[in-house]
Design a protein around this ligand. Structure first.
Ligand SMILES: Cc1cc2nc3c(=O)[nH]c(=O)nc-3n(C[C@H](O)[C@H](O)[C@H](O)COP(=O)(O)OP(=O)(O)OC[C@H]3O[C@@H](n4cnc5c(N)ncnc54)[C@H](O)[C@@H]3O)c2cc1C
Length: 640
């Protein structure tokens, strides 16, 4: 991105973000100038500041929800004055009226749409005072440039799929639940799934947390999804008229389902080729049903089918059919969403020996998901510190292990697992052993008898920023046990589907453009874990959605590139949308409503769902806590 001539935007980096939105940071900027809540950036000295401010205020007027009179009426009034000025009919005193009105709107605002009227307006009037005065004096008619606008919010910008959280939370507040769910589905096709097991980057970036606690965003999304499922209300799914072109999707995991959902909405028929017997990928065969009931995934997969997708189960692409053959069968593009299906090695002696009662975590969970007890015994050791390890220990209790132990080579402070998962595992009786790493599997007659371990200490931080575990020499000891489950990570195997080396990284992930999701092969796109390595559901869903857009672009235009809207959104999202040092303008401390959780002694004996749903009163009260932290930016575009 070129260096700007003027830049008053606090925290401006001009960089695209690292959430699958990077990729073309070296390109020339498509913008002449950007004006937004955080300031002004100008590349083209010829850009007209009067027109730029008009565009900003028009966008603010359009985004005003209308519930606060000063914002609703004031922004209309501001736009009327700007129009008058731009039509060559400005009057003396107009600039003073604009400044006073902008201050009044911001002072009276309940949310950030109004709050951020004054700062950019006053900055423009001050910096370009001469131009504004001359425009009025000389009755200059201001031509309209082309603009692109972006709406951000801290929660939205933290979400890989940019779900419009304030909009659906507002819909809950007004009890417009179908509308709220339709807002979620614009960017996330599996609200019931994500409403239960999302890792919640939105909540970690919620501005409410600066004064009390973040909004229960995930629980509110679930509230919407459960309401539709339980009342049997018909989902609002809009779809364009059917098109001729067919697209093949490989993998019915979250990435593949999302891609097929959004292609379906655009009228494309997709065939999803899935190696397993059910849809959902790791949401069905990894995440246990006590966190994510299977009827939720089945329902959400059925909506993808309603949009015209056909799912062919038991077909392993790469073995049963090749990518080339899919092309020969008339599929004009292919989306790969094949995930990260295999367990990483522990680098422990004996792990490849095939001992009885040694089973990698993802295989163990897949077997449990099919209703089986894949390994026997009373005492189990699980190695790992992430969510997969938590799912293994908690599932093991539920299938009858009596003594379940978790080994982690760092301390709890460095554990990547969700703190709620750690807490609930402890409540259920899992024993946690920190600063311990496996060295050798102890066996007798080919069956696991124990695990030799070594104690660790923490050294300097590594690349991840976490302190590196360092072995303590001579500290070896044996934990006797009947079974061992390693859960230390997952690996990708895209080479099984697309063997050509130029399409792969050394980690066997697929190489794609980070904004368009197109691979080196123009007809092949990909997203989700098979591109990023093991990540999250919402990242996979986001990748599927974005890839669907660019697959359609490829089919319709033959040319794939990031849109101006994507570039602006990525840059804006990357510019510290949440100011953690903000001087807090609100003083009302509120209580967060969390969903009810089943008692540990009851839940650990079965696979019933642990977490419940907020009731209407709780959901409405929770929705009232939202501060609607919308922030707006407009960009003047270069002539195309
Ligand atoms: C145990 C566990 C717990 C997790 N918990 C959470 C959580 O709480 N929250 C969260 O956000 N994320 C969680 N994750 C991560 C999340 O599940 C993944 O990031 C997400 O499922 C990735 O989606 P995907 O579509 O890219 O891949 P997957 O979900 O892996 O789906 C890939 C699909 O492709 C199919 N497939 C593979 N190869 C082929 C082939 N050759 N031909 C046809 N089909 C093929 C697979 O059978 C599978 O259905 C968890 C992961 C695991 C393993």
């Amino acid at each position: 991105m070129d260096d700007p001539l003027v830049c008053t935007w606090k925290g401006w980096t001009g960089r695209l973000d690292g959430k699958g939105n990077g990729g073309s940071a070296d390109d020339d900027t498509p913008f002449r100038a950007v004006l937004g809540w955080k300031g002004l950036v100008v590349w083209d000295p010829e850009v007209d500041p009067v027109d730029l401010l008009r565009a900003y205020l028009e966008k603010v007027r359009d985004e005003s929800c209308g519930q606060c009179t000063p914002c609703r009426e004031g922004t209309v009034r501001l736009c009327a004055i700007m129009d008058r000025i731009c039509n060559g009919e400005g009057r003396p005193g107009d600039l003073e009226e604009i400044a006073a009105m902008a201050r009044f709107i911001s002072d009276a605002a309940r949310c950030d749409v109004g709050l951020f009227v004054a700062p950019p307006t006053l900055e423009m009037l001050q910096r370009y005072r001469g131009v504004f005065e001359a425009t009025i004096r000389e009755k200059r008619v201001v031509p309209r440039n082309r603009y692109e606008a972006a709406v951000a919010a801290p929660c939205m910008s933290a979400c890989p799929s940019n779900v419009d959280v304030p909009a659906y939370v507002e819909a809950i507040r007004l009890n417009k639940l179908a509308e709220g769910l339709a807002v979620v589905r614009r960017d996330c096709p599996m609200p019931g799934t994500i409403g239960r097991v999302c890792v919640r980057p939105c909540e970690a970036n919620c501005r409410r947390a600066l004064v009390d606690a973040p909004i229960s965003i995930r629980a509110l999304k679930r509230y919407l999804a459960d309401h539709e499922m339980h009342t049997g209300a018909a989902p609002k799914l809009e779809a364009a008229p059917p098109r001729e072109d067919r697209v093949a999707v490989v993998g019915a995991g979250p990435a593949g389902l999302s891609c097929a959902f959004y292609l379906g909405q655009r009228g494309y028929r997709t065939t999803i080729f899935e190696a397993q017997e059910k849809a959902g990928g790791m949401a069905s065969f990894g995440i246990p049903s006590y966190r994510l009931p299977r009827d939720v995934i089945a329902y959400e997969a059925s909506l993808v089918e309603q949009l015209g997708a056909e799912i062919r189960y038991g077909v392993r692409v790469g073995e049963d059919i090749s990518i080339e053959e899919l092309g020969q069968q008339g599929y004009r593009a292919v989306f790969l969403g094949v995930g990260a299906p295999e367990s990483s090695k522990m680098r422990c002696e004996g792990e490849d020996a095939g001992y009885e009662c040694f089973m990698p975590g993802v295989h163990f969970l897949a077997e449990v998901a099919r209703g089986r007890r894949p390994i026997e015994g009373e005492k189990l050791v699980v190695v790992g510190g992430g969510n997969v390890a938590m799912d293994c220990v908690r599932s093991a209790l539920r299938i009858g292990f009596k003594d379940v132990n978790l080994l982690y080579r760092r301390t709890e402070a460095e554990m990547p697992a969700d703190p709620q998962e750690i807490h609930e595992a402890k409540e259920e009786g899992v024993k946690f052993h920190y600063l311990v790493a496996p060295v050798r599997i102890v066996e007798a007659g080919g069956r696991v008898r124990g695990l030799e371990c070594r104690r660790m200490t923490l050294g300097e931080p590594d690349k991840s920023g976490r302190r590196r575990p360092v072995p303590v020499e001579g500290s070896e000891f044996v934990i006797e046990c009947d079974a061992i489950i390693p859960a230390v990570g997952q690996v990708c195997m895209v080479d099984c589907v697309l063997p050509e080396a130029e399409n792969l990284t050394p980690w066997k992930t697929l190489v794609v453009d980070q904004m368009t999701f197109q691979s080196q092969k123009p007809t092949v796109f990909g997203g989700g874990d098979c591109v990023t390595g093991p990540s999250t559901l919402i990242a996979a869903l986001a990748a599927g959605k974005k890839a669907a857009y660019h697959i359609a672009q490829y089919l319709e235009e033959g040319n794939v590139q990031p849109t101006v809207s994507e570039v602006l959104k990525a840059i804006v999202n990357n510019s510290e949308v949440l100011d953690r040092n903000e001087t807090w303008p609100f003083h009302d401390v509120t209580e967060r409503f969390d969903p009810p959780v089943m008692a540990p002694e009851v839940r650990k004996t079965n696979f019933e769902e642990v977490e419940g749903c907020l009731n209407q009163a709780q959901a409405t009260a929770e929705a009232y806590r939202c501060l609607r932290c919308y922030r707006i930016a407009v960009a003047a575009l270069r002539a195309s």
